[in-house]
Design a protein around this ligand. Structure first.
Ligand SMILES: Nc1ncnc2c1ncn2[C@@H]1O[C@H](COP(=O)(O)OP(=O)(O)O)[C@@H](O)[C@H]1O
Ligand SMILES: [Mg+2]
Length: 305
């Protein structure tokens, strides 16, 4: 399905989620299932994480990475350098061969599977393909995680209210709420995917190549949506895997570049521009386009926390 079928005017500049929509997290403590709010400095901490699937080659070979709470961290790197495997570790879907992974202060590797499942409810995930259910409407897609995890805690009408609020947060016009994915444009499907990721009021948002394969207009829409979503949810932490350096520099507070299963460089976008590391220089030279130089009077797009 083509991702090009969006109206550029309406999709390019999404309005940020309104106060009204964002405050409609009804009912707050019900929907977070009593999760205590984490207030530590780092949302995620990896120490010397190694992973070998076959016992020989290490896909992750000593990852040290701290992901500050309340910020947007972008992970970049060439294809096959372990970015998705790293995310799967953070999600607790893959167990490291050695090393420590702390999420909100809790050691993942020491948790039971039930605890990890509980922890994953605090994550919102959006992948390259929004992976919506084809036979469900936009609203039903967003209600799905609520039905799965909030049964018995929320009434159906409350779930519906939350789902609608999340769709509004993600910038979908209510007239599309009852459409099937096949009746929606690529941009709308991304918004529904994001709304579904937000359904359980996550504190940590994880995006794996959310703009890969999109045209420039949609890419900008999704990048803007990542930032506006982050800024509308105070204290939330966003982790974005991207091969698009330009986007990384536009949206990131911090950037980590992976190479050979390690963090080659961690720093601000400026640190990357000034780096003397050969591989970083080559990646930057390849990725930096003219647009990177902000036009006069243009504010760089950054998170506000
Ligand atoms: N379940 C798995 N079993 C074996 N090898 C894997 C598995 N998942 C990923 N890999 C390997 O790990 C390496 C890194 O993959 P990945 O994290 O997907 O790269 P990328 O940086 O492009 O996201 C690749 O060589 C891939 O083949
Ligand atoms: Mg990947």
């Amino acid at each position: 399905m083509s991702e090009q079928d969006d109206k550029p005017q309406s999709e390019a500049v999404p309005s940020p989620p309104t106060e009204e929509a964002s405050s409609a997290r009804v009912p707050e403590d019900k929907n977070t299932a009593g999760r205590p709010k984490f207030t530590g400095k780092n949302a995620i901490e990896l120490k010397d994480v190694k992973k070998s699937f076959d016992g020989k080659e290490f896909v992750l070979n000593g990852i040290d990475l701290q992901i500050p709470r309340g910020q947007i961290t972008v992970i970049i790197g060439y294809s096959g350098t372990g970015k998705s495997v790293l995310l799967k570790h953070i999600l607790g879907l893959v167990t490291p061969t050695s090393g420590s992974i702390k999420v909100q202060g809790q050691e993942l590797t020491e948790m039971t599977e039930a605890q990890r499942t509980q922890l994953r409810q605090g994550y919102g995930m959006l992948f390259q393909y929004s992976a919506l259910f084809d036979d469900m409407t936009a609203l039903e897609n967003v209600m799905f995680p609520l039905k799965e995890h909030r049964r018995g805690q929320m009434k159906k009408s409350e779930m519906q209210e939350v789902a609608k609020a999340r769709l509004k947060d993600a910038g979908l016009d209510p007239k599309h709420f009852n459409k099937l994915p096949s009746e929606m444009s690529g941009g709308m499907r991304k918004r529904v995917g994001l709304a579904r990721a937000l359904a359980l009021d996550p504190e940590i948002l994880i995006y794996d190549e959310p703009t890969t394969g999109l045209d420039p207009v949609l890419t900008e829409m999704v990048d803007n949506l990542i930032v506006s979503t982050h800024n509308a949810r105070k204290g939330s932490t966003s982790v974005v895997v991207s091969h698009d350096l330009y986007a990384a520099f536009r949206i990131a507070d911090h950037v980590a570049m992976l190479d050979s299963g390690r963090v080659l460089l961690y720093g601000t976008p400026e640190d990357f521009l000034n780096s003397e590391i050969d591989l970083v220089k080559r990646f930057v030279a390849k990725g930096v386009r003219k647009e990177l130089t902000p036009k006069e009077g243009e504010e760089p797009l950054r998170s506000t926390e």
